[in-house]
Design a protein around this ligand. Structure first.
Ligand code: XLS
Ligand code: NI
Length: 441
């Protein structure tokens, strides 16, 4: 069902449907067929695709070198509440035309931050009520909410890790409101992205104290939300840098270590973002694997980087090879725990047609769907799994098995090595694995 406000913003574009891979219609899905079952679940259930409020309805194409190029009419109105309602109308129209079920938001994506805290609180309450109505009419849900603790100058030295306690308390008050809004809108998860939780220079930074403060802050945020009846996941979204020189949630391994150290690992999981993985010099699939091994693969922020640039370009996904390798990890892990695939991506500055945002999301959904289909085939009907198992088969029986079971000491290993004599090389068959992936794309 298409949900319109007082005005239709995306005129001339109707509901986006699945038409199959031979369709010539640019405004149709070729691979994303929401009801198609793959590996025991529908695509809709696997992905829970979400639209990012900030990029899709807050972004305007401006960059450091030039003014806005996306002059979308819902952003024209200046009075904050009316502007926020127009933006919400545009958002629900767009999401319903895409046929997606979810969106994600920051507090001040929903409405412009006020002149003071009380005004901000009132604005958020007003908009939460407005969104509740839109949600009831449309059935569109909140995948996660979060707080923008990076844009306002007060957070230039950090939020939870700010060296000034007054700022820490103010950040807590802001997160409380963002949690309240998320809970009021039945949000399924709540995200912490530590934009300025890190440092610019270690010279003026007491890192241990800042990390202790972050642990304390997150524990108390969790306790508050649980008291309010929130049952969902809290998610940490690792990123190594930008805007900070060094961010504390550098990558999945670092964030998981932090969560365990501060006793947060039962309530928190990870939101893995593609371009953040690559900024940390990892692949997306590496980060998924690290999160999955700890039972913490909560959610995905889908985008891609530009592999010649070293910053967060947040482009829509279209790298089929990368996403197929990621979907192998995704399927082996049994999918996401509570989260979904949020398109944390923006159209380019020079993508100025009203349809461009549709094309971007269609492309992103199709890449994930096509990759899922390929990965499922690779797992179920190619030699991929058995080849991988074979590489480790020396641990399946005999002394290798005893080693895995902890039954051999170091002297035993010495004796076995002597008995084995000189060794034959075992090929890793990387090119064979790569060819299997290509064959199934
Ligand atoms: C920015 C992050 C941000 C989070 C939400 O790099 O990806 O958009 O997803 O705060
Ligand atoms: Ni993100």
């Amino acid at each position: 069902m298409i949900v319109l406000g007082d005005k239709e913003y995306y005129k001339g574009i109707g509901k986006i449907n699945f038409e199959g891979k031979d369709s010539d219609n640019p405004l149709a899905f070729r691979y994303y067929n929401p009801e198609q079952i793959v590996a025991g679940k529908t695509m809709r259930e696997h992905f829970k695709f979400a639209v990012a409020y900030w990029h899709s309805f807050g972004g305007n194409g401006a960059d450091l070198f030039g003014q806005a190029t996306h002059n979308f009419s819902w952003n024209e109105f200046r009075e904050p509440i009316q502007a926020a309602k127009n933006r919400a109308d545009a958002a629900f129209e767009f999401i319903s035309k895409m046929g997606f079920d979810y969106f994600c938001f920051h507090d001040y994506d929903l409405v412009q931050e006020g002149q003071n805290f009380t005004q901000s609180e009132l604005r958020l309450l007003t908009m939460t009520d407005y969104l509740k109505e839109k949600k009831a009419v449309s059935g569109i849900k909140v995948l996660w909410g979060t707080a923008n603790c990076s844009s306002n100058p007060r957070y230039m030295n950090g939020a939870a890790t700010n060296p000034d306690f007054k700022v820490v308390a103010r950040a807590a008050a802001q997160v409380k409101l963002a949690l309240d809004a998320t809970i009021a809108l039945d949000g399924e998860n709540y995200v912490f992205w530590g934009a300025r939780e890190g440092y610019l220079s270690l010279l003026n930074t007491d890192m241990k104290r800042e990390l202790d403060h972050m642990g304390e802050f997150l524990s108390k945020a969790r306790d508050y939300a649980r008291q309010q009846g929130f049952k969902g996941n809290f998610l940490i979204e690792p990123k190594p840098m930008e805007p900070s020189k060094h961010q504390y949630d550098f990558d999945c391994a670092t964030a998981i270590g932090f969560l365990r150290e501060y006793g947060l690992d039962k309530d928190f999981k990870i939101n893995v973002e593609v371009n953040h993985a690559t900024l940390a010099q990892h692949t997306f699939q590496h980060e998924l694997q690290v999160a999955a091994m700890s039972g913490m693969l909560g959610s995905i922020d889908a985008n891609r980087g530009d592999y010649q640039n070293g910053w967060d370009t947040a482009q829509f996904p279209n790298n089929i090879q990368e996403v197929t390798e990621a979907m192998l990890v995704f399927l082996k892990a049994g999918g996401l725990q509570g989260g979904g695939v949020n398109f944390d991506a923006k159209i380019r500055r020079n993508s100025t047609d009203v349809e461009d945002i549709f094309l971007a999301h269609i492309g992103g959904a199709d890449v994930f769907a096509r990759a899922l289909l390929a990965a499922d085939k690779i797992i179920t009907s190619s030699p991929y799994e058995s080849l991988r198992q074979q590489r480790y088969s020396s641990f399946d029986s005999g002394k290798g098995k005893e080693f895995e079971e902890g039954k051999l000491n170091f002297k035993d290993l010495y004796d076995i090595a002597i008995e084995n004599g000189e060794l034959e090389l075992q090929s890793g068959k990387q090119e064979l694995f790569e060819n299997i992936i290509n064959r199934h794309i």
